[in-house]
Design a protein around this ligand. Structure first.
Ligand SMILES: Nc1ncnc2c1ncn2[C@@H]1O[C@H](COP(=O)(O)OP(=O)(O)OP(=O)(O)O)[C@@H](O)[C@H]1O
Ligand SMILES: [Mg+2]
Length: 233
């Protein structure tokens, strides 16, 4: 399963941790893969964050680059080898043999250049989903601007026949009219929503809470958005 998003900083890493926690609570062995980690010169890696929140059985980062850029650009700027599509495909297949669920967190949004194919053409997380025949989770913002970005991302996935559901990365503690209006619009495609602040929770609390943020499609127990809305409002 690929975890992508409408943009960078939408909460892909926290959502990846939540799916990990819910799947592990359901008894699954989970491996989390970050194909291209950029910006390693300043700050923690996404795998560190997922490990802190959810402690997956196994994790892998396939390529790391110092600059906070898209992975292919970051490889070029640093004079490092770009990640090859089939290196990522092989890594996911290898871990899929040893785990019940492999979660792959992209970088930025769906069509960000991740690396190069043998032909020299760039590849994206959408290409990885197609190559693997894997479904995608689109992490979206809750606020203004999200309807267009979410619709564009879902359309790009649909065009490639990649099944996808939407998870809100951070639902605000005090939602405003725009958040409720967006929720109404997005609910038909939604498979989860994380509360704002989830990323700062202590591991035990995060692991116990995660199933309540996700529908059974993502190994959670959330089955009624009306109940969810009553609880968060
Ligand atoms: N539900 C949440 N609760 C608290 N903080 C959050 C939540 N979602 C995201 N954040 C914070 O927002 C920032 C971006 O989140 P995150 O790192 O998950 O985004 P991302 O989509 O994985 O970004 P990238 O493209 O860099 O991988 C982080 O500082 C994170 O802690
Ligand atoms: Mg991330």
């Amino acid at each position: 399963m690929l975890v992508t998003g409408t943009d960078t900083d939408v909460g892909k890493t926290i959502v990846t941790a939540a799916i990990t926690a819910a799947a592990q609570a359901a008894g699954l062995r989970v491996c989390v893969i970050k194909p291209g980690q950029t910006g390693t010169a300043d700050g923690a890696s996404d795998i560190d964050t997922v490990t802190r929140l959810a402690a997956p059985a196994n994790t892998r980062t396939l390529a790391s680059y110092p600059d906070p850029l898209a992975p292919l650009a970051a490889a070029r700027v640093a004079g490092l080898e770009p990640l090859e599509l089939y290196t990522a495909v092989d890594a996911v297949r290898e871990e899929a043999e040893k785990h019940d669920l492999v979660l792959v967190e992209g970088a930025g949004g769906l069509l960000v250049p991740m690396g190069l194919r043998p032909s020299g053409e760039p590849w994206t997380v959408a290409d990885l989903a197609v190559s693997l025949g894997a479904p995608a989770v689109v992490v979206s913002r809750a606020g203004l601007g999200t309807l267009n970005h979410t619709a564009l991302t879902l359309e790009a996935l649909e065009r490639r026949a990649v099944p996808a559901g939407v998870v809100l990365g951070a639902w605000p503690a005090e939602p405003e009219l725009v958040h409720w209006a967006n929720l109404t619009e997005l609910v038909p495609n939604m498979v989860g929503a994380l509360p704002d602040g989830a990323g700062t929770m202590e591991q035990g609390v995060f692991q116990r809470s995660a199933p309540g943020w996700l529908t059974p499609a993502l190994y959670g127990v959330l089955d009624d958005w009306r109940t969810w809305a009553d609880e968060v409002s």
